[in-house]
Each structure stands twice: as C-alpha cells, then as structure tokens.
Design a protein around this ligand. Structure first.
Ligand code: DPP
Ligand code: ZN
Length: 854
C-alpha cells in the first residue's frame, strides 16, 4: 500500500462549489446520481480526479453530454476537461446491505445510514474525497414509504412528497459548504423525541433524537445533554448554533462512538440510550460527554475543518478539550480530571511507548482510520490544555475567538491554531510546537533540596523525551508545571501555587524563606502530560495525600504511593503495605471529602499501569502483588469498607451527583470486602445484584461476583443474561464484564464466549466488548503458553474480512511484545507475523501489524 505523507500536500486542482445528490434508496441496490459543479483552481492542465470505491459506474456526463473519455486509475475516476468550469454528472450503484465495513451507506437494524469520516464518501459516489474540498450540498432521497418512513439529511428540510408507486421523497439543503466526510443521510422507521433550543440571538432550533420506537423512553438524557451543550458553548466559547434543525440518529452498528455530520449527527446507540435499568452512571456521563463532543464539532470541526488528515487533532484534540470542560462543569471538576488522566495513562501513554507511537500531527500513514487514536484525541486535548494554562483563561478565550473568526468557513491546520494562540495570547510558542511533532511521553526527574540555615529550597528538574519509532535525540519540550510547597512539619502551604515553565533539558527553581523542610506538590491538576520520577518518599506522598489542597494532587500522591508499593512488591517480592493502608484509612475517615473523589482515591492502579512502570512486565507477579495489597486493604480496613458500603445502601435510585458518588464508593467498598476474603462477600454482592434498582449497582455487584469462585457468580451471570436477552447494549456489558475478569479461568471463558450464539463480529460494539476487553486484561491475555495471543490473532483475521477498521483498532495489545519476557515476546511476534502473512489482509490491519513488528 502507498504511504501518504504530510509533506506531499498540495491544494486541490479542482474545486466543487455545489453538489447535488439524488438517491434511489434500496438496501440491495441503491442508485446514486451526483451532479457536481467543478472549477479549475489556478493555472494548470490537470484532469479532474474523483475518488471512488466499491461502486458500479452506470454513466458519466460532462455539461449534459454522456462521455467516454474517462479512465479508472487505482481508485480514481480520471476525467480530462477542456474548460475552467463544468458540470459533471455520474450515476453509480452501490449495495448497502452488503456493506460490512460500515463505511459509506450501509444497513443497520433494517434502516439505512451513512458514515463518511474519514474516507467513506467515496464508497457512495465519485468525488474529491478530501477535507479541503468544501461544497454546498442539496440532497434528494426516494425510498419505499412503508419501510423507510423517515428520510433525513444534512442541513434544513426543503420539501417532501409521495409518489404513486409506494415510494416517497424528501429534499434537504445544507447552506454551509462542507467537506464530504460530513455528509450524512438516514432512511428508516424511526420515532423522535423532539425539543427546542432558543439561541442567544433568539433563533429557535428544532432538536430531534431519532431511535426505534421502543427506545424512545431512553432518549431524555441525551436530549437534555444536547440542550446543556448548546447553552454551554454559547457561554464559554461564544459559539451559537447556525441551522434551524439539529437531528441525532442512534444506530446499533457503528465503528465510532458517534459522528458530527452537519446538522445530522449519527450516534452509536450506546452513546444515546439510557435509563436507570440499563445504563450505569458511567454510561450517563459518557452519553453527555459524547453528545457535547459531537455538538461542539459544529464549530471546531465543521465550520472550521481540517486541511488534510494530518491535521486531525486540530478538530479532535480541541473538541475533546472542549467536552472535558463541559463535563467538568456538570459535576466534580476534580473527579473529571482524575478520570481523564486515568484514561490518558491507560490508553495514550502505552501507545506513546509502543511501536505505533506517532506525533499528535503525524508525518505519514497508510490508512487514516488507524490514526483516530488516543494520541490524536487525548494527548491532543492535553496540548490545548497546556496552551490554555500558559495563556490563562482570558487570553485563551481571546485566542479561540480569533481562531473561530479568522478561519470560519475554511479548512485549517494545527499551525493556524497555534498561530492564533500566539497572536492573541502575546506569547511565543515556537518551542511549544515540538509537542505536535515529537512523539513520546516526556519524563521529568525531580529533586528538592532545602538548606535549613538560609531557608533556601531548590527544586531541580530535568526532562528527557524518549526515543520513538523514527525519532531519536529529541529536543526538550515546553512543560508547564503547576507547583506548590508544603511544610513537612506544620502541614501549611509554604508558597502559592506557581506555574513553572520548564523548557530546557534541566533547570532549577529556588524558593527563599522556606522555614521548614518542604514537600513539593508537583504537576498539580496534571498541568503537563508527562511522567514524573521524583525522590519523594512514601511518607512525603502520604503527607500530600492527606494535606494537599489540590484534589487532583492528593489523588496523584496516593496513586504514586500505591504504584511505588506495587512495583516494589512485584520486583523485590517485599510487601510493605502499611503506608498505603494508613493513607487509604485517612481518606476514608475524612468527612470533608466527596464520596466520588474518595472512590477514585482509594482505587489501586490497574495491573497494566503497574506493568507500564516496569522494564519487563511480569503479569502474574503484578497480579499477585496487587491482589495481596487489595486483600490487606480489605482486611485491615474491613469495618470502614462496611461503613462506606452501608452509607451508600438502602436508598432509592436518583440520578444526582451525590447519589452517583455514593454508588461509586459503595461499589468500590464491595470490591474490597470481597478482596478481604470475608465469608459473606459473595452473599452480600449477590444480594446487591438481586435487589438493585439500577444498572450501576447491578453491574457493580456482577463485576465483584465474576471475580469470585462461587455459585453466586454463575447464578448472577445467568440471571443477568436472561433478563437482558434482546438488549444488545446490556449484553455487551455481560460479555465485557467476563472478559475483564481477573478470575483464573478467564482465557477459557473468553474462548467459549466467542462461540456463544449472541457473539458476533459483525457488530463493532459486540466485537469490542469481548475482544477489546480481553486485550486489555493483562493477566488473562498474557497467560502462559500464548493461547490468548493466538485467539486474538484468529479473531482479528476473521474480523478483518468484515470490518478492517474495527479489527485494526483491536491489534495494539499484540504490539507491546518488547515489554515482555523473551518467551512471551516471541509468541506475540509469531502471531503478528501470521497476521501480516494472511492473504487478502486489509491495509488497515496490515499497517498496524507490520508497524508493530518493527
Ligand atoms: N466521530 C468521531 C469523533 O467525533 C470522528 N470525528 O471524534
Ligand atoms: Zn470528535
């Protein structure tokens, strides 16, 4: 496959000011007629090149006359044109019901829908399918009225009517020029939950959430989140919605979480449907976050789009940053930051340390679908956050205002964004730009000296950006570090919070008149996405866990203490649990702390995160060390866990932040009670499972039970399955909970589940619920003998034949072979080699597997 390089970018030779599409929709054969006005851009004699894939061409006409002077080169239709402006008409046929890739126009649950980002539009019609060709679209759809009573597309509805033959038609027009990846249509039998939003300039927008009739009662939360998002973007970024309608459609088969098509978002149903019986508190929050994310794309993505796909983080990093801000404003900002950092460490740090590491603005790719990554999204959001920190809130807002004003209606670059930050912020971000080009997570070593006589404290900082594939000897980056000193004896803050910008390889910061030994609270709020290696002792960390005024820093100190304890226990076999137990006890005893925060703070780092700290990961030793600490925490603090458990029990379900926090802590406490080995643990969990009036408590209990060897475990799994048979989103949880289990028999169980009648590779959510969850279950996936590796490779090869994009996203666990012992590494490599050698492999999976071997 051909390598696409950022440096090869050239502006489009032809533009397409207007696009008119006429669809005769049918799942078996859909006919698409396209009418493109095209204009030569600049002085050249290049032919018009239209991208296309998987279509049957019926006809091609230029200025109303059918022509034969066109040829197919690779996946392009090449058409020489004599003049500077022409009208091109094509007619093609496509087969939505045979589209298992779920890119382009496809069938899901009897309805028809589209997914075009990044390169799906070329599977619908011939078009310059690149994000810098902006066109104004008019769409007409005709379909069987009984089967597809609802016809939706981008923009505003124009007209509709019935034909004599049982079909009906609808026309939509989107006045905003857009790239082809934002095109969407939906035809189906759908019901709608309607609402309205009045924008700050007084315009009324009709909102609609479209789902299967039976799912209508589960759409209120999403509709509410949409209204909150619209108001939030006006208030916080000054961005108002711009069309008269905003529709969201939920579909069950979807590669992404959701898609921001102009005026017609299409969502994976898991990010729309919620009621207390089927969705956890976590699901509710994720729904609000994704609804907000896609809505915010209307400005950061649609009004201003990307010049080319190397700029993907321009819209994704910024939009993730925006949705994080929205979620932080809905509840506890501290807990939200903790969740986001945990996600970054679980998803992005390992990626940055893997053969698939790439910069936030990549230099090359084979298949762009492989670059919808945690680096582009989550590290990208951290870059925006750092710039916001450097600028401060007012200048950051001025800078985003400038960006939205200057680049509205265009296809922009990451450089354009940074230039606006510089100009409106009055700062020089030359060196900061390295964050966009250098991959790898910077490591910062920190030591603090104190001279009691002079009262001078010196903080020594040194940074190193590790080598990544194709990049070595990297330059130091700009690291904004929020810092504060506390007195080890008095517990008093000795300084204000300061922003130290480390931009050299090493630097020292001095503090005068420090009367007592200071302890440094560092990288507060996770102000830079880095790894810190500090000389802080267990006692210092325990101190910060108790005294730091920044909740994130408290959490962080506790995590570091736990991590140090677990790494020592894994490597040296020495189990010194005292400091962690005392710190957890303190946290549980502090009545001023929010239960949601406590629940986060007392959770041990995951087995994978412990593994990430080690040069060679020993999955079994990590598991044993972690289980031993969990057991001791459970036993030593059993009375406290029971108190916390009781405090969260006996309340009827309510979806308030307070109740969510109580439920979260209650479920964490249940886990520790079970870890203690208490004789009644399985009974307690089973009672919670049986009595639960909401999914958070039911799934929480199930998760605990699945980790036990008990009759209750089998009974609960059975009841859960029976109760939710037919609800695919909940069955995904059933598969996922088992695949994530730390029980000894997980590898065998997962292999059996893959043969379960409800398992299917055709549905991405289902495939991810089993294959994706197993891949991140460190102990089970890496069980001795390599059966897990073989199983994963078999699943990926099978899935690749249906849906390459989803298969490729599940490959990375196999690519981490360098981090394991030689026996495991060889077994992992053998499976990667087997995948690469498989005949007919997609370029998606080929790129991931071959890069993983390098
Ligand atoms: N739909 C995906 C997202 O919003 C890709 N744009 O991130
Ligand atoms: Zn996005």
């Amino acid at each position: 496959p051909a390598v696409i390089r950022r440096e090869d970018y050239t502006a489009p030779a032809w533009t397409v000011p207007t696009t008119t599409l006429d669809f005769a929709l049918d799942p078996a054969v859909t006919r698409v007629r396209a009418r493109l006005s095209v204009e030569r851009s600049g002085a050249h004699d290049l032919p018009l090149r239209l991208d296309g894939a998987g279509q049957r061409i019926v006809s091609v006409a230029v200025d109303g006359v059918s022509v034969n002077e066109w040829r197919i080169e690779g996946e392009q239709l090449v058409l020489p044109l004599p003049g500077d402006a022409h009208v091109i008409e094509t007619e093609v046929e496509i087969a939505p019901e045979r589209n298992t890739q779920l890119m382009g126009l496809y069938a899901s649950g009897g309805n028809l829908c589209t997914q075009c980002e990044a390169e799906g539009f070329r599977r619908i019609t011939y078009f310059p399918d690149r994000p810098d060709v902006l066109s104004t679209y008019s769409v007409r759809m005709t379909a069987d009225k009984a089967r597809f009573p609802v016809l939706l597309a981008n923009g505003d509805p124009v007209a509709q009517g019935d034909n004599d033959d049982g079909t009906h038609w609808a026309e939509w027009h989107d006045p905003f020029p857009k790239p082809s990846y934002l095109f969407a249509l939906v035809a189906g039998d759908l019901a709608v939950n309607r609402g309205t939003f009045t924008t700050r300039s007084g315009r009324t927008v009709e909102l609609g959430i479209w789902v299967r009739e039976a799912d209508l009662p589960k759409t209120d939360h999403a509709l509410h989140a949409l209204k909150l998002s619209m108001a939030w973007d006006e208030r916080v970024y000054g961005r108002e919605y711009d069309l008269d309608v905003f529709n969201i459609v939920a579909v069950d088969d979807f590669n992404f979480g959701a898609m921001e098509n102009k005026g017609l978002n299409i969502f994976n149903s898991r990010y729309i449907l919620a009621d207390p019986d089927t969705a956890t508190d976590y699901d509710y929050d994720a729904i609000a976050a994704v609804v907000a994310h896609e809505y915010f794309h209307n400005w950061s993505g649609n009004r201003i789009t990307c010049r080319d796909w190397f700029q993907l983080s321009l819209k994704e990093g910024f939009t993730v940053y925006r949705d994080q801000g929205f979620s932080a404003d809905q509840g506890s900002a501290a807990v939200k930051r903790i969740e986001d950092v945990r996600g970054l460490r679980a998803g992005q740090f390992p990626e940055d340390a893997s053969p698939l590491a790439h910069p936030v603005r990549p230099e090359s790719y084979l298949e762009i679908s492989n670059f919808y990554t945690a680096t582009i999204y989550n590290k990208g959001a951290e870059l925006i956050r750092m710039m916001a920190t450097i600028l401060g809130p007012e200048r950051f807002r001025a800078a985003t205002d400038l960006y939205f004003e200057r680049f509205d209606g265009t296809a922009a670059t990451c450089e354009d964004y940074v230039a606006c930050m510089e100009e409106a912020g009055g700062v020089d971000l030359s060196q900061f730009r390295l964050w966009y080009s250098q991959a790898g997570t910077p490591r910062v070593s920190v030591s603090l000296e104190h001279e009691p006589g002079s009262g001078r404290a010196t903080l020594n900082l040194a940074q190193k950006v590790p080598d990544t594939p194709g990049q070595s000897n990297k330059q130091p980056q700009v690291l904004p570090l929020k810092i504060r000193l506390f007195g080890a004896e008095t517990g008093e803050a000795l300084t204000d919070e300061q922003l130290v910008i480390l931009s050299d390889a090493s630097a020292s910061v001095t503090f005068e008149t420090i009367p007592e030994r200071p302890i440094v609270s560092l990288n507060r709020g996770f102000s830079a996405p880095i790894v810190i290696e500090s000389d802080r002792t267990a006692a210092d960390l325990a101190f910060l866990a108790r005294h730091d005024d920044d909740p994130f820093a408290r959490y962080e100190a506790m995590q570091q203490l736990m991590l140090d304890t677990l790494v020592a226990a894994t490597i040296e076999g020495k189990a010194d649990h005292e400091a962690v137990i005392a710190a957890v006890a303190d946290t549980l005893d502090n009545p001023e702390l929010d239960p949601a925060f406590v629940a986060e703070a007392v959770l041990l780092p995951s087995e994978s995160f412990v593994g990430d700290q080690m040069s060679t990961v020993d999955p079994n030793a990590i598991h044993d060390a972690r289980e031993a600490l969990r057991r001791d925490l459970g036993r030593e603090l059993e009375a406290r866990w029971r108190t916390a458990y009781e405090a969260g029990s006996g309340r009827a379900y309510a979806h308030t932040p307070e109740d969510k926090g109580r439920r979260r802590l209650r479920n964490v406490a249940l886990g520790y009670i079970a870890a203690s080995g208490a004789a009644d643990a399985a009974k307690l969990a089973y009672a919670q499972f049986a009595d639960a009036d909401n999914m958070t408590d039911r799934q929480g209990a199930l998760t605990t039970l699945v980790g036990t060897h008990s009759e209750e475990r089998d009974a609960a799994l059975d009841i859960f399955y029976q109760r939710y048979q037919g609800n695919s989103l909940v069955l995904d949880k059933w598969f996922q909970t088992q695949a994530l289990s730390s029980a000894d028999d997980t590898p065998q169980l997962v292999a059996e589940l893959a043969r379960h009648p409800d398992f299917s590779l055709a549905n991405p959510n289902r495939a991810r619920s089993l294959i994706g969850a197993f891949g991140v279950n460190q102990r089970a996936f890496h069980a001795e003998g390599g059966a897990g590796y073989r199983w994963l490779a078999d699943q990926l090869i099978a899935l690749d034949a249906l849906n390459p994009q989803t298969a490729a996203k599940l490959l990375p666990p196999l690519g981490r072979w360098r981090r394991f012992d030689p026996t495991r590494a060889a077994l992992m490599r053998a499976e990667l080699e087997r995948i690469v050698a498989h005949p007919g492999l997609s370029k998606d999976l080929f790129e991931q597997a071959s890069k993983s071997l390098e």
